[in-house]
Design a protein around this ligand. Structure first.
Ligand SMILES: [Zn+2]
Length: 414
């Protein structure tokens, strides 16, 4: 049986893997090998195993899972005979679980798809309670988390529930908070976001100890906190979805032109809305695929700040390391001018241009938007009047990219 030749999937989303004790699903979304690098064994396995009817798998390949943008392939991976029967059984269980996940349609626009994911919310909740970076940053800015009833829920915990929760937070303090959510804990995020949301984590392939902690605290989180967080996440999505959908069709093409880059036509960026995010309230990972995480409890997200955040974080797709004409040009020209490479100048440029594009579009709807860069005083060392003048000229297409970068660098040289 051959894998359909016309199947356009370029990702290898789902692998079946063996496990030491049980056959567990090793599901890795947004990864790894293009289909043409699959071995013949795996291709054969995809079309012949496991206990999911071939017709269903082919239909899924044709049309895709709603929550797995390009459902790809399933294979037994170095499967041992001793666990084969267990794997088949688990295959059916996981397939059913995946159907539960996919049954929940995520709201989307042309460029973004918004999720409120149970495990990611629990993970970020524990990280924030252990590390406290987002709260500290808000306090520095004179802000605070809104009251969504979390303190009351905390007070309602029984002594034993509180002790389990505190144990989980201690685990994060001891093992995770010296790692960044975006970069160091990227694999945890990839692992958690594809787990079935109902029930316990049966996939321990990433970390047995972390899975065990999350499973122990999950019933308490589900009973006391998840509804509060999910409601807050969905409210923020509902509040801004129409606005984002309305202006993105102008802002993104404008950012494509300004970044001299192209948004891949098939890419819809996944945005995970979590009650808590990192210290900044939002972050984006570009590898192995774009994934934005935004905190619904950042009080600024009540207003148009959220709209710019989504568009800004999404625009990182056009400024990726190794695939950004703007970054390359800054690097080359800094060398030509014999000056040190100004780190993050490209990011300051992105902040200004996307902020301005968002501001202009919102203005057409009567919304007076203040750019994030100014509100949060981001990259203040770059954000001078000369910097703004040069970029405004570039934005209005009065000067080209080379001239723009030359002027920005020369300003820094003085
Ligand atoms: Zn950014």
């Amino acid at each position: 049986m051959q894998f359909p030749e016309n199947y356009s999937c370029s990702k290898f989303d789902l692998l079946w893997a063996p496990c030491k004790v049980n056959a567990l699903l090793y599901a890795k979304k947004e990864i790894i090998a293009p289909m043409d690098r699959c071995s013949q064994n795996i291709r054969n396995a995809i079309c012949t195993k496991p206990g999911i009817p071939k017709q269903i798998r082919l239909e899924r390949m044709e049309h895709g899972f709603p929550s797995y943008r390009k459902l790809a392939c399933q294979s037994y991976f170095r499967m041992k005979i001793a666990v084969r029967n267990t794997i088949r059984l688990c295959g059916v269980i996981v397939f059913i679980a995946m159907c539960n996940v996919s049954a929940q349609e995520a709201p989307e626009t042309r460029y973004f798809r918004f999720h409120s994911n149970y495990w990611l919310n629990l993970h970020h909740f524990l990280y924030q309670k252990a590390e406290g970076g987002q709260l500290r940053k808000l306090q520095e800015d004179g802000l605070a988390f809104p009251n969504i009833g979390e303190a009351k829920a905390w007070n309602n915990l029984s002594r034993s529930d509180r002790s389990v929760l505190e144990e989980a937070i201690d685990f994060y303090k001891q093992n995770l908070i010296d790692k960044t959510l975006r970069r160091d804990l990227g694999k945890v995020r990839l692992w958690l976001k594809i787990q079935p949301e109902n029930g316990t984590l049966i996939d321990t392939t990433h970390s047995l100890s972390l899975a065990s902690i999350l499973n122990s605290v999950s019933p308490i989180y589900k009973e006391h906190f998840w509804k509060l967080h999910d409601r807050s996440n969905k409210r923020i999505i509902d509040r801004h979805l129409t606005t984002i959908g309305g202006i993105e069709s102008t802002v993104i093409p404008k950012m494509e032109a300004l970044s001299a880059n192209k948004w891949p036509s098939t890419v819809i960026v996944r945005v995970d809305i979590c009650a808590y995010a990192n210290w900044a309230g939002a972050y984006t990972s570009t590898r192995p695929e774009m994934n934005i995480v935004i905190s619904s409890l950042d009080p600024l997200n009540e207003g148009s700040y959220f709209v710019e955040t989504v568009l800004h974080e999404g625009t990182h797709l056009l400024y990726k390391y190794g695939d950004s004409p703007v970054r390359e040009r800054i690097f080359d020209m800094a060398e030509e001018l014999k000056m040190d490479f100004p780190s993050n100048l490209w990011h300051a440029v992105l902040f200004y241009l996307c902020g301005k594009a968002t501001q202009d579009e919102l203005k057409k709807s009567g919304i007076d938007h203040k750019m994030i860069m100014d509100v949060k005083k981001i990259f203040s060392r770059y954000n001078t009047s000369a910097f703004r003048n040069t970029l405004t000229n570039y934005y209005n297409r009065e000067i080209d990219l080379d001239r723009t970068i030359f002027e920005l660098l020369n300003t820094l040289k003085k």
